[in-house]
Design a binder for this molecule. Structure first.
Ligand SMILES: Cc1cc2nc3c(=O)[nH]c(=O)nc-3n(C[C@H](O)[C@H](O)[C@H](O)COP(=O)(O)O)c2cc1C
Length: 346
């Protein structure tokens, strides 16, 4: 066992990746109770909803918990880009009989800020993790002041060094295979993004803090391989997507079980930031990367009614179905069972 897992009282050095939109406290509680590190994603939760989920987890188990936030800078709305995006979507609005004028613009995902910190403090989660860098220094200090360890995703060696220099207690090395949003935050050049096998040993060599490997890890052999590369723990997302405690939609579940379940791409269409998801109609027709998509998270609002209409008709053409390149570990079982399978060679 690594010092990282021992300090948190984990039985296995496995973190269940926080996955906004497809899970809440129920999954986190199940994984933590089973001896891994369960994670509660808060990127799409309001403060009150976060508190409700935290109460649920703490009532179920007192073992270590990770609470996860996005920490992007809120973008200034850009009317001409929004208009260009709506022009790109116009044929779809026409197809579904939607009036583009009536679709409100909106933010969608709130970054970590004092309101979340105020509500989080009484729970003192053992770990707080961030995606897209770190929040302002005073917020990092505040989270640490109540005893939480701060961890964050790095997609390059440079980002890992930056996180260590800015106070991260551990760094999550996110390989290009990973499902969901790229954690990339120093620049936006996707050619800098490399695989887990290439990234983890380079990050291990570059920083002194513990390194957590993530991206494409789907079975016990891959867990052992990541640890042998010098990782102190692994973070697994996609493999949990079909577990009983997940709120993964029926359409997303069906796609993960279908023939094209391994066909993913990095796209900015759904939120404005690059994220890996199962390839669908919108990605084929407008992307997967499109310069008209407004800055994160503003791209989401214009798509919402299309998504709703298509989903009501049983189609995932406009849904973001985040998933990594390796769906081979997905099982329709309780999360504790999936966790013990991942830990089988430790
Ligand atoms: C459905 C889904 C949602 C995700 N949402 C988040 C999130 O809210 N916060 C976060 O830090 N990472 C998120 N991620 C990324 C994971 O933290 C992790 O990098 C990724 O799942 C690892 O690769 P894997 O999916 O191949 O296991 C998400 C991943 C998936 C698959």
């Amino acid at each position: 066992m690594s010092a990282f897992s021992e300090a948190l009282g984990l039985d296995v050095p496995i973190i269940q990746a926080p996955m906004a939109g497809v899970q809440a406290g129920k999954l986190a509680a199940a994984v933590s109770a089973a001896g891994g590190l369960g994670s509660l994603p808060c990127a799409v939760l309001a403060v009150e909803a976060m508190v409700k989920e935290l109460e649920l987890v703490r009532a179920a188990t007192r073992r270590a918990l990770n609470v996860n936030f996005f920490c992007h800078a809120a973008p200034a709305p850009d009317a001409s880009r929004e208009a260009a995006w709506r022009r790109a979507l116009a044929p779809y609005y026409a197809e579904f009989g939607l009036d583009a004028e009536k679709i409100p613009a909106g933010a969608g995902r709130a970054p970590f800020a004092d309101d979340f910190a105020d509500a989080l403090e009484p729970f003192k989660p053992e770990v707080v993790s961030f995606h897209f860098g770190l929040p302002a220094e005073k917020l990092v200090r505040r989270v640490k002041s109540w005893g939480s360890r701060v961890i964050a995703s790095a997609t390059t060696v440079e980002e890992a060094r930056w996180l260590e220099a800015h106070g991260a207690d551990a760094v999550i090395a996110q390989g290009f295979e990973a499902g969901g949003h790229r954690g990339i935050f120093l620049g936006n050049d996707l050619t800098t993004q490399v695989s887990t096998l290439a990234l983890v040993p380079q990050v291990v060599a570059a920083v002194k803090v513990p390194v957590i490997a993530t991206g494409g890890i789907a079975d016990a052999k891959a867990v052992a391989a990541a640890l042998s590369l010098g990782a102190s723990a692994v973070q697994v997302g996609t493999a949990f997507l079909l577990c009983d405690e997940m709120t993964t939609t029926p359409l997303h579940r069906a796609a993960l079980k279908g023939e094209s379940r391994g066909h993913t791409a990095i796209t900015n269409l759904f939120t404005g930031r690059p994220a890996r998801g199962l390839v669908n109609r919108l990605m084929r027709e407008l992307g997967p990367i499109n310069a008209a998509a407004p800055e994160f998270p503003l791209a989401t609002a214009a798509l919402a009614p299309l998504r709703a209409k298509a989903e009501a008709a049983g189609r995932s053409d406009f849904s973001s179905m985040w998933a990594g390149q390796n769906p081979s570990g997905c099982r329709e079982v309780p999360a504790a069972q999936l966790l013990s399978g991942l830990a089988a060679l430790l």
